[in-house]
Design a protein around this ligand. Structure first.
Ligand code: ADP
Length: 501
């Protein structure tokens, strides 16, 4: 079935049971102080799945107090790293044992494909936990031989209470790209999941308790960005904010940190990543990579390769095959294993993506395929490809966060590099070529935090990623991410015969 056939794929599969809907503070599921709740929505239908506790400032205060107590007086930062690592391993095992339920919650809350949640997202979560569990007892400082009869050493100590503000596109995977290094470092955390996708974070909190992670180490406050999120970002007793989300909200987070206690901030923000395909590339491989780069997870990917830069010689064949591949996408219920693209996360994103498509049409780009909503129930959009896209068009400049690809032509390697860098963002990039010299030249010249050569979205817990320019700063994943949650203390002492003695 092609991308037009979504309607026949409904009615949807049965909803998974929703067991956890309250805030998780100090090891207990509790109602919001206000007693308020909000609906989390099934993007397949636009209908409510469950009522979730709506945390606000008072709830953030309680969660931060619990995290503070657990950090200042509790066992977590004080226990040997190996013991933290063992508990994190146990947590990872429990996550693997619950992969079916977690995968289903992610599918119904975020519209993400069930089968991929089970083989990609949730295993990546447990894999990240194990990766950082292995690092928890290898957090070393330096020894320093100083002038004037002094010696010193450094300790890398946990920052303290970390606020993790998480988006909705990879609610589990991105949560653990922050949570796993924070735990390994010995921090305690308050998690604010996105309001669109609160279900898996609450389930993880339940599993953390079963794994014997002490009360107060992980707290989850569900609620909205401008209320709960803003209260966390400006809290005087939070030492660190790790934020993943839009550039616009990233600015607010930095401002809140600046206007409160100057807490440390790490930001992973938007992108408009180029994928550069050279004439010598295998066209089928290039089409597969571009398709994955742009349409994976219905385009709701911060590192999505949305600007496909094609050298003139490969252009025509690439376009023909790329359009055919997009037309073969099966849009529909993410619980159906034959479906390859689920619904956009909510009505707001659905409308936003459609309005970008209208901009593309109005600005004179050539619509090759897609270009409209799919079916009349839920938030489904056809995979869309525009050709003849110019650098200054809105669809070439702004992050769309939906299944919309822009094709652009170039002649020379210098022109490709110039076009690739013609963006305010710098999160990721891709290069498809058989020529190692071309690949290396472009890799060195592209101003982006990740460069994928002959692959794309090639993530690994050991590989750091993050932004240049307005895509943010600091790195998630890899050992670098531990630094987001550690600070350096220098300890200095005179030695025998020192002028200080
Ligand atoms: P998107 O625009 O893609 O929905 P956002 O950047 O708005 O992404 O959201 C990412 C996360 O930031 C979510 O958890 C959201 O609730 C939170 N958030 C939104 N606004 C604010 C804010 N003013 N302060 C703190 N967090 C916020």
């Amino acid at each position: 079935m092609g991308s037009e056939g979504k309607g026949e794929r409904l009615p949807q599969a049965k909803l998974p049971e929703i067991k956890f809907t309250k805030l998780f503070i100090n090891g207990h599921f509790v109602d919001a102080v206000s007693g308020k709740t909000f609906d989390t929505i099934d993007p397949r239908t636009g209908e409510a799945i469950a009522k979730i506790a709506e945390g606000d400032k008072e709830d953030i205060d309680l969660a931060v107090k619990a995290a503070r107590e657990a950090f200042d007086k509790g066992p977590w930062p004080r226990m040997p790293g190996s013991q933290r690592g063992r508990l994190m391993m146990k947590f990872a095992d429990l996550i693997d044992q619950n992969v079916d339920e977690l995968g289903a919650l992610e599918a119904v809350d975020a519209g993400k494909l069930l089968f991929l949640n089970k083989i990609v997202d949730i295993p990546f979560v447990s894999g990240s936990l194990r990766y950082y569990a292995g690092a928890a007892d290898k957090i070393h400082g330096e020894t320093l031989k100083l002038n004037n009869g002094l010696i010193g050493h450094t300790w890398r100590e946990p920052m303290g209470v970390a606020g993790l503000i998480i988006p909705w596109n990879f609610p589990s995977l991105l949560l653990f790209s922050c949570l796993a290094p924070a735990l390994a470092a010995g921090c305690t955390v308050v998690v604010k999941p996105a309001e669109q996708t609160p279900l898996t974070a609450l389930y993880f909190a339940h599993l953390a308790k079963l794994a014997d992670i002490p009360d107060g180490v992980i707290n989850v406050v569900t609620g909205f960005g401008p209320t709960a999120g803003a209260a966390l970002a400006s809290h005087m007793d939070v030492d660190k904010i790790s934020f993943i989300g839009s550039t616009e909200v990233g600015r607010l987070i930095m401002a809140a940190a600046g206007q409160s206690n100057l807490k440390s901030v790490t930001l992973e923000l938007g992108g408009k990543s180029p994928l550069i395909v050279f004439d010598d590339a295998d066209v089928d491989i290039a089409v597969d990579l571009a398709h994955k780069a742009c349409f994976f997870n219905k385009g709701e990917v911060c590192v999505a390769g949305t600007r496909i830069l094609l050298q003139e010689g490969i252009y025509d064949e690439f376009v023909k095959k790329c359009v055919a591949k997009a037309r073969a996408v099966v849009v529909g219920d993410p619980f159906d294993p034959t479906v390859t693209q689920g619904p956009q996360v909510d009505e707001k994103q659905f409308e936003k993506v459609l309005s970008y498509i209208e901009h593309g049409k109005r600005e004179g780009a050539t619509l090759l395929t897609g270009g409209k909503a799919c079916g009349d129930v839920g938030y489904y959009i056809e995979p869309t490809i525009f050709a003849d896209v110019k650098d200054d068009m809105i669809i070439a400049k702004e992050e769309i966060f939906g299944p919309v690809m822009s094709l652009m032509k170039f002649k020379t390697i210098d022109e490709a590099i110039e076009k690739a860098n013609k963006t305010q963002y710098g999160l990721a990039s891709g290069i498809v070529t058989k020529d190692i010299n071309v690949a290396n030249t472009v890799a060195r010249s592209v101003r982006a935090g990740s460069v994928w050569i002959n692959c794309y979205l090639a993530f690994d817990p050991d590989c750091p990623y993050g932004g240049y320019k307005m895509s943010g700063f600091g790195r998630n994943l890899g050992l670098h991410a531990l630094d987001n949650f550690l600070q350096v203390k220098s300890v200095v002492t005179p030695v025998h015969n020192s002028p200080w003695l």
